[in-house]
Every structure is written in C-alpha cells, then in structure tokens.
Design a protein around this ligand. Structure first.
Ligand SMILES: C[S@@+](CC[C@H](N)C(=O)[O-])C[C@H]1O[C@@H](n2cnc3c(N)ncnc32)[C@H](O)[C@@H]1O
Length: 234
C-alpha cells in the first residue's frame, strides 16, 4: 500500500486531537446498542476504538496507515484491551474483512478523504457488504460555513500547545488542504467536502435507507450546520 499522509503524523495525532471528545460516547453507545462486533473504517490511533473495546465491544479496525495502526495497537495494549482490537491494514474502499457485523462506523470525517463520487460509492458499497441485514453504517462528515473558511483560510493556528494547523480552502473544488506540524511530525492532506444532500443521495444510490441525520453527537436534528452525523440501515 502507498505511504499514507497520516504515517508522518502518527506520533502527533493523539495530541493534535486531544480536544476532540464530543463524538466518543456517541460511537460507544452505537457500538453497545449494536451488540458488536463493530468494523471501524479509518480506525486511526484508536481514539474511539479503544473506549469502545473498554466498553466490552470487539472492534475490527481498518486503516491504510501502518503508523496509525501501530499507535492504536500500543494504545490497546496499554488499556488492556488488545484482545478486543483486531487491527488490519487496508483501504476502506476494499476492507480486508470477511466477517459480517451489525455496525460499521467511519468516525471523524474519514470519508472526506475520498475524492470522487466513484470512490464514495465504492466505499459505501464496501461498508454495506460488511453489514448483516438490518445492520447500520454510522459516520460523520462536515461541510464548512463561509465564516469558517473566512476565519481560518491560509492561517497557521495553534490548535493544541505546540501543534499548529493550517486550512487552505478551495470553494470551487470543494477541497480543504489541511496541514499540521509539531515536534513529533508534520503532514498535509486533502479533504473533499459535500453538501448533506449529496451524502443522502449517495447513500440512497448505495441501497441504504437513512434512519437519522443528526447535526451533532447529542443527536439533535440536522439544522443546516457544518457537521452531519449519519445513521443508515442496510
Ligand atoms: C481523521 S482520522 C480518524 C481516525 C479515527 N477514526 C478517529 O476518530 O480519531 C482518518 C483516518 O482514516 C484513515 N484513512 C484515510 N483514508 C483511508 C482509506 N482510503 N482507507 C483506510 N483508511 C483511510 C487515515 O489513515 C486516518 O487514520
């Protein structure tokens, strides 16, 4: 597999995302409600997978970054849940998973790394194929507001102590080039955003029925904000 942009920041990612905690209990609740096991696509360093395993649910975690998976494996060992974390290197469009599960998740905007509808449809079909009948795909994405773009465009901002982040937005192409740097590494990656209506259409085209589209992880209804959290049933 090609080297991932995340490999260069695997040692930085947890410190970079220290402030991102609002989604953890949401995904853990979804995992518990499903009964598990859960396939997490883009599992990263286990920010969500480790708490999920601590709650007693078995997680199959897929990620294309060997560096992120290594950090996740160590976090699982440190938390005493290595036996509930099954980590596999692979592409979320072609996950190396033969098991069928009641819940597939793709937290923290990992689907925004897909750059075309063809890739998105491939990924959604792959997620659907992993699900048991009636199983659910849960993921979150965002589309930036004009204010967000204007306030952050091209600026290096200190997101966490010693960790700087820069967003370069291209409204026409709907891309965000996100750069991060700190003592433990630096990298740059591209995210492609879509309006929620497009996600809804892609889910329908992939054969999912949308059960809920929340505007935040407290399950409030989507009301036009930047974030959307999708629950789609096979
Ligand atoms: C924003 S991080 C989210 C990590 C974790 N789910 C979390 O919530 O902290 C996105 C993750 O998706 C992974 N990723 C991006 N594109 C991928 C792909 N095509 N296949 C598998 N993993 C991918 C990256 O390596 C990274 O670990």
């Amino acid at each position: 597999m090609p080297v991932s942009a995340y490999d260069r920041i695997a040692g930085l990612y947890d410190a970079w995302s220290t402030g991102v905690v609002e989604d953890i209990s949401f995904y853990v609740e979804e995992a518990l409600a499903s009964g598990g096991p859960v396939v997490e696509l883009g599992v990263g360093t286990g920010r969500i997978a480790v708490p999920t395993a601590l709650a007693g649910v078995h997680v199959i975690g897929v990620d294309s970054s060997a560096g992120m998976l290594a950090v996740c494996a160590e976090a699982g060992r440190a938390a005493g849940v290595a036996d509930r974390l099954d980590l596999r290197r692979g592409d979320l469009r072609r996950p190396p998973v033969t098991e069928r599960v009641p819940l597939v998740t793709c937290p923290f905007r990992a689907y925004l790394h897909l750059g075309s509808d063809a890739e998105r449809l491939e990924a959604l079909a792959a997620a659907r194929a992993l699900l048991l009948d009636g199983g659910r795909l849960v993921f979150d994405v965002f589309a930036p507001s004009d204010e967000d773009i204007e306030e952050t465009h091209g600026l290096w901002l200190e997101r966490e102590p010693g960790i700087f982040e820069r967003a370069d937005w291209d409204r026409a192409a709907r891309t965000l080039t996100l750069s991060v740097r700190g003592d433990a590494g630096e990298s740059s990656m591209t995210l492609w955003w879509l309006e929620p209506q497009r996600w809804q259409a892609l889910l329908a085209e992939s054969g999912f029925s949308v059960e809920a589209c929340y505007g935040w992880f407290d399950r409030r209804s989507y009301d036009g904000g930047e974030d959307s959290v999708w629950v789609a049933r096979k």
